[in-house]
Every structure is written in structure tokens, then in C-alpha cells.
Design a protein around this ligand. Structure first.
Ligand code: AMP
Ligand code: MG
Length: 483
């Protein structure tokens, strides 16, 4: 394994050199062996002593060139140039066997020049939330940053109450955000903006340098990947909650987890972020906000692209998102997306989602139950879940007809549907239980939940406790946004 530092060496002026600070009584609480193996990272890092040496020793492998990146961002629609890695550090890059570059980034590393008045720390609670979410989304097939390890400590940090500081090493293709480009564009530093673009073409959009308009191709690729990502969020019922442009990755991955939620009851206007009373980042606003954010990014391409080219690139967003969403939702319902019955399928999909919304049915659990839908029987158990039985009956009549006409065997359809409708979902009430235990030093449930999240479509006896929808007390938990 070779560690590289291309960003720190070539874009030195786009950040500041900062070393990670060791926390009081640091312990390694979790290490992602699967990810370390995939990336061919040193196996010795699974041992605290070696990992901490790499992180904290003089000239350690992971602190030799560590740096905080400068960026800005549109937060809730307002431009903020004062952002940057206020508590995160890019430690190094590693290159896997497929020649893919991966950033190793330490979150909760300590203060940096971009911390403003904050402490540079991350609390255990938010670190656990990010670790679990990134594993959950990864195993659902939703592009995301990953978590390599979790470090806990006895260092007190103060949020609404006293908590403990923690750290995690986050891994993703790069930590380049829309906000990086926006910052150097809006602060009128064209040379730095150019060096950022050049860097991207050199390391991340290499194949686009060969086409006629590399900048157009790069923008189109980001539009495409973002559209597909958000389609997946919508299909799986994931609400990110803080889609500020500094939390948007140019790689179209889920990034910077905060007060996110997987939907329990299906409420399309659900807002997981309690600091967002207007619902700018509500569940059903996500597709529109994705486009808003891409517009903000696209502005930074104006030195290289004509307005018509930018409009053209952005115009592919909606059709890409709808196509991806349609494919996913067809799979979830076991419907084949044949052109001939497209309208019928759309009607079935829309009326099913209406039914879930009107009755506030649990989004994932009801889809999972639907996998057992029996075209030869009255589906009594599913039917009984609904208050408006006639409405369900009416819908079931159309659904049965559509499934019958498709002509694939019932068992085959049911099996396929189970591969698109997770049995295990990262529900906030379960995350909270994991956090409560971890705060007492008990990580057993954390590790078990990770095990369950790795196989979200399987019904494994040992993991059944992670499959239940929330009890009433566990719905719409107030998730603190401070992290
Ligand atoms: P986030 O809400 O985590 O996306 O962060 C938004 C901005 O605030 C980024 O510039 C972060 O680096 C910064 N920030 C968040 N929390 C802290 C903290 N505890 N210390 C320093 N900077 C922070
Ligand atoms: Mg952020």
C-alpha cells in the first residue's frame, strides 16, 4: 500500500497544514475490516497502537501531510464563504487495485484555521450516526462515503449538554464539494479555481480530458451522478436533511451526515432536520434542491462554458432522476417497466404511494410486506393494515391484473421484490439505542447492527430485533443537529 498526498502537495494553497490532536484516553472502538481489505490498507491499523502511531507520532504515515481544506457553501440558500474543514483533516490518499484514488479523512481532528468559534471536535453521538449511515447506505447500493474506524475518548465536549469527543476516518473518492468550486469562484480567485479544475481532470475526471469539451463533460457527469443519487434517496426513503452545497460531493455520493432519517411513516413532506422549520430540505424537496445546488455549482463553470451549454447539462437532471427513480420503484413493486403498460404501471405506483401517505404507513415495512402479495389470494394480512379497505381492494385489483399480465411466476417475483425492499432499515430509534449504549461504553449493539446492515435484504434470526418499525415513542425523534 502506498499513501499519496496529491491534494496537499499540488493544491497547498487551497487549505492549511494542520496536525491531528490526540484526545484524552483515546481508544479504537471500531475498525472496518472489509473496507480496509478492499482498499488494501495495512492490516496492522486494526490495532490501536499502530493506528495511533500513524495518526499521532512525529512524521506518522497519516499526519505527514495532513491538511484542512478551505471551501464555502450555500447554507439554506444563503452564500457563506466562511466554511472549510473546521474539524476535519485530509490525512492522505490511497490507491486501490483498480487504480481508484480514495481520500482518508479524519473527522473530529481538532481545531483548524476554519473552525471559527467552534471547538474542532465531533461528539460520539454524531460519529456513530455517520458510521452507521454510511454502512447502511453502502449495503443498500446507495453511493456514499464510508467509515474506516471509530475512535472514542474521555475528552469532554459541550453541546446542549456535556458529551464525549470521538473521531472517525472517513473514506471517499475525494472530499471535493460543490462549495470548493463556489468558494474560489465567488472570492474571485480564478487561478485557484483553475488549479482545482486541473486537479480534477488529472485525478478524478481523467477520461473527460480526451473529449471535445472536458468542462461540459465533467459538469454533465456531476449532474448525472447527483440525479441518480437523489433518485435512490427517494426510492429508499432517505432524508439527508442538510443539503447545503458544502455537503454536496462532486462524485454524486451521500456525504456529510447530520440529522438524517430513513422514513418511518410515509410522510412525503417529512423534515428530519429540526433546524429547518421551513422544510427546505424535507424529503420531497430533495430532488428540487439537488437541481438548485447543481445550478450553484454550474455557475463556477461559466469561465469555461457558454450559458447554453450549462443549460443543456442541467437539463438532463430531471429526466435522469425520473428514469432512475422509475426503475427503482418498479423493482420495489415487482413491476416490469414495459413500454406498453407504462401508464398503467405509473397509475399503480402513484396510487400505492398515495395510499401509504394517506394512511401514514411505515414506508419500508409496508413495501417489504408487499413482497408477499399473492395474486391468487385475498391478501388479508396486508389488507387489514389499511383503514380504507375498499381503497386497498381497488388498488389490489389493478395490481393483481398488472402482475398477472407480466407472466412471471409469483415466486420469482416475490424473490426479486425481496431483493429491492430492505428488511433491515437504519431507523433513528434503533440508532438512538445504539448511541445510548455506546455512551455507557457498550458497543455490542453497534457491532450487531453493523452486521445486520450488511445484509439488509435477508431475514436472519439474530438480527430480527433490528427489523421492527418504531414503537410510537420512537417515531419522529428529535435528532439534535449539533454534532
Ligand atoms: P457541518 O454542519 O458538519 O456540515 O459543518 C458546517 C461547517 O461548520 C463546516 O465548515 C465545518 O467544518 C464547521 N464545523 C461544524 N462543527 C464544527 C466544530 N465542532 N468545530 C469546528 N468547525 C465545525
Ligand atoms: Mg458539512
Amino acid at each position: 500500500m502506498k499513501l499519496d498526498h496529491s491534494f496537499a502537495e499540488e493544491l497547498t494553497l487551497l487549505g492549511s497544514e494542520v496536525k491531528p490532536i490526540r484526545l484524552k484516553n483515546s481508544r479504537l472502538a471500531a475498525f472496518n475490516h472489509d473496507l480496509a481489505t478492499e482498499l488494501n490498507l495495512p492490516s496492522e491499523w486494526q490495532h490501536e497502537i499502530h493506528l495511533f502511531k500513524a495518526l499521532y507520532a512525529d512524521d506518522g504515515a497519516l499526519n505527514r501531510c495532513s491538511m484542512a481544506q478551505k471551501y464555502g457553501g450555500h447554507q439554506f440558500g444563503h452564500w457563506n464563504p466562511e466554511l472549510g474543514d473546521g474539524r476535519g483533516l485530509l490525512l492522505a490518499e490511497t490507491i486501490d487495485k483498480q487504480n481508484q484514488r480514495w481520500d482518508l479523512h479524519l473527522k473530529g481532528a481538532g481545531p483548524t484555521p476554519y473552525s471559527r468559534f467552534a471547538d474542532g471536535r465531533a461528539v460520539l453521538r454524531s460519529t456513530i450516526r455517520e458510521y452507521l449511515a454510511s454502512e447502511a447506505l453502502h449495503y443498500l447500493g446507495i453511493p456514499t462515503s464510508r467509515a474506516l474506524c471509530l475512535i472514542v475518548s474521555d475528552e469532554p465536549v459541550y453541546r446542549e449538554k456535556q458529551e464525549r469527543a470521538a473521531k472517525m476516518i472517513r473514506v471517499c473518492q475525494s472530499h471535493l464539494r460543490f462549495g470548493h468550486f463556489e468558494y474560489f469562484y465567488h472570492s474571485k480567485q480564478p487561478q485557484k479555481l483553475q488549479s482545482l479544475f486541473d486537479y480534477c481532470f488529472k485525478y478524478h475526471f481523467t477520461e473527460y480530458t480526451k473529449v471535445e469539451s472536458p468542462y461540459l463533460a465533467m459538469l454533465e457527469k456531476i449532474v448525472h451522478d447527483t440525479a441518480k443519487l437523489i433518485a435512490k434517496w427517494q426510492a429508499f426513503g432517505f432524508n439527508h436533511g442538510v443539503m447545503n452545497t458544502d455537503n454536496m460531493s462532486i462524485h454524486g455520493i451521500t456525504f456529510d451526515y447530520g440529522p438524517y432519517a430513513f422514513l418511518d411513516d410515509f410522510e412525503p413532506t417529512f423534515i428530519c432536520n429540526h433546524s429547518d422549520p421551513q422544510g427546505r430540505y424535507s424529503f420531497d424537496s430533495q430532488p428540487g434542491i439537488g437541481l438548485w445546488n447543481l445550478n450553484a455549482l454550474a455557475q463556477t463553470f461559466t469561465p469555461h462554458l457558454e450559458i447554453e451549454q450549462i443549460k443543456h447539462a442541467l437539463s438532463s437532471y430531471e429526466p435522469t432522476l425520473l428514469k432512475e427513480y422509475s426503475a427503482l420503484i418498479h423493482n420495489k413493486l415487482g413491476l416490469l417497466p414495459a413500454a406498453s403498460n407504462g401508464q398503467v404501471n405509473s397509475h399503480i405506483i402513484n396510487t400505492w404511494l398515495d395510499l401509504l401517505a394517506i394512511e401514514k404507513k411505515d414506508y419500508s415495512a409496508t413495501f417489504r410486506q408487499l413482497c408477499q402479495f399473492d395474486i391468487f389470494n385475498d391478501n388479508q394480512r396486508l389488507r387489514d393494515q389499511f383503514i380504507h379497505r375498499e381503497r386497498f381492494d381497488e388498488w389490489a385489483k389493478h395490481y393483481t391484473l398488472a402482475l398477472t399480465e407480466q407472466g412471471i411466476s409469483q415466486t420469482q417475483r416475490q424473490t426479486q421484490m425481496r431483493q429491492h425492499n430492505p428488511h433491515i432499515v437504519l431507523r433513528n430509534y434503533l440508532v438512538q439505542q445504539v448511541i445510548d449504549r455506546a455512551e455507557e461504553g457498550n458497543f455490542e449493539m453497534f457491532h450487531q447492527f453493523i452486521g445486520a446492515l450488511k445484509k439488509p435484504y435477508e431475514e436472519i434470526e439474530a438480527y430480527q430485533k433490528f427489523s421492527a418499525p418504531p414503537p410510537d415513542w420512537g417515531k419522529q425523534l428529535e435528532i439534535s443537529c449539533s454534532s
